[in-house]
Design a protein around this ligand. Structure first.
Ligand SMILES: NC(=O)c1ccc[n+]([C@@H]2O[C@H](COP(=O)([O-])OP(=O)(O)OC[C@H]3O[C@@H](n4cnc5c(N)ncnc54)[C@H](O)[C@@H]3O)[C@@H](O)[C@H]2O)c1
Length: 420
């Protein structure tokens, strides 16, 4: 079969999972394509008085399990294929971690670095103006993703409130704490992956002191560096979009963070035995754990054979292509898959939504405890399925998610039930 789009590649994982389950045809008929994808062109006034326009999308992939949920990405390479694929992944992720939510995703094709803060605000508000009928606290709940943050979520929530005439904090998550954001949302994606990794560390053969290479140093990458560094792991290499640095005796995470704040981790090169590392060499760094926390398709058929790590933690969405998956599997490299490993973000987003609907605010200990329980429980279930069926953790995660979705779809009636 020729797989010509990202969505085709993602769907192939769904069909493979279906082969391990006894499900009716209705299930795949419902899940094979997005429920709705809306497209708009966002025209905004620039600071110099001119206007510019940017293509934008919102995809609600499937809402069988509940209102749809997924981040909004501002990136120059965003496409409808990418948005629909990421919405599909959100559908599987919410199912794998057992949230009463469906999957969605949004995106704007824009290089945010070329926009001033006021232009970014106009863009964020215009996004909500264009998609106000698609989103809603009981319909579709956006959140931050690549190159969007809590301030952008605050502008979007404010715009939504102005449109519907009601303060509606539950329409969007990842908001600033002062505006109804949840404690613990900031580092939730990394923390979820960290809880999963620590819980399974023995089975994975990982010990404190293990060497770690991290690709991407934004929200996910920075926080996993902090958590793993504090737990005694040695961060030996880090990259961002401008390049990378490495140091065999370990990089200082605080220094990495201040270097990144000033532009890029690369500015640390030259100090304390820290050397430059070309970004595309990160995956082949000698280490026990490779954390992928940047973008899609970073490990592919062309570089998978060079991976030296024994374990890969996928904090990014879809960072490994299906061809690369096969190569890594043949090398017995264990991959903790995206739909499970980075589910901490949507889990705490879900907690935020629940708190907003309850008019409540949970202490940080409660957020951490509930996140830890979810990651460990569902991580164990996926691990057990993989052992029982003799499949990879990725396949097991899809089987686990699909069985929940299938049960819900079949509960609405099957062909046998309706036709007798
Ligand atoms: N933030 C969340 O809550 C969350 C939740 C689930 C999944 N994710 C996924 O995690 C990934 C990262 O998201 P984020 O929120 O940290 O984004 P971010 O915008 O905060 O950071 C992205 C980082 O990737 C780096 N990067 C870009 N291109 C790179 C390249 N070629 N090589 C190395 N680094 C590169 C950027 O410099 C930046 O440091 C994405 O795939 C996102 O979908 C994020």
């Amino acid at each position: 079969m020729h797989l010509d789009s990202m969505l085709d590649q993602a769907r192939a994982r769904l069909y493979e999972a279906a082969g391990h389950l006894d499900i009716t045809a209705d299930v795949l008929e419902k899940l094979k394509s997005p429920r709705e994808t809306t497209q708009a062109r966002l025209v905004i006034r620039m600071d110099d008085g001119s206007s510019k326009s940017y293509p934008a999308w919102r995809c609600r992939y499937d809402d069988t399990l509940g209102p749809t949920k997924g981040g909004i990405r501002f990136h120059p390479d965003v496409s409808i294929d990418e948005v629909e694929t990421l919405a599909f992944l959100m559908t599987m992720k919410c199912a794998v971690i057992n949230l009463p939510l469906g999957g969605a995703k949004g995106g704007v094709r824009v290089d945010i670095h070329n926009l001033s803060a006021t232009e970014q605000e106009r863009l964020a508000r215009r996004y909500v103006q264009c998609f106000a009928k698609v989103i809603g606290p009981n319909r579709d709940i956006p959140a931050p993703d690549v190159y969007t943050n809590s301030t952008i979520m605050a502008w979007m929530a404010d715009e939504y409130a102005a449109i519907v005439g009601e303060v509606t904090p539950a329409v969007i998550t990842g908001k600033p704490i002062a505006l109804g954001g949840s404690l613990g949302r900031e580092d939730a994606t990394a923390r979820g992956g960290y809880y999963l990794l620590l819980h399974q560390a023995q089975k994975l053969g990982l010990r404190p002191g293990a060497r770690v290479a991290i690709q991407g140093f934004g929200n996910a990458g920075k926080h996993i560096a902090q958590l793993l560094g504090a737990a005694g792991f040695k961060i030996v290499a880090v990259t961002d979009s401008k390049g990378g640095v490495q140091c065999s005796s370990g990089l200082d995470v605080d220094k990495l963070i201040s270097a990144k704040r000033q532009g890029s981790v690369t500015s640390l090169a030259g100090s304390d035995g820290v050397c430059t590392l070309p970004a595309d060499e990160l995956v082949s760094v000698d280490c026990e754990l490779l954390v992928l926390a940047a973008l899609e398709d970073m490990v592919h058929a062309g570089n998978a054979a060079r991976v030296k790590a024994h374990v890969i933690l996928e904090l990014a969405n879809a960072p490994i292509t299906p061809e690369a998956d096969k190569i890594l599997n043949a090398k017995s490299i264990v991959v903790l898959p995206d739909i499970l490993a980075n589910a901490g973000g949507v889990t705490v987003s879900y907690f935020e939504w629940v708190q907003n609907r309850q008019g409540d605010s949970w202490p940080i200990e409660q957020v951490h405890a509930r996140l830890k329980t979810k990651m460990e429980q569902e991580g164990d279930a996926v691990w057990t399925l993989a052992q029982e069926k003799g499949i990879t953790l990725r396949s097991a995660a899809y089987v686990h998610a699909l069985s929940r979705l299938a049960e819900a779809i079949e509960a609405q009636g099957t062909q046998r039930f309706l036709m007798g």
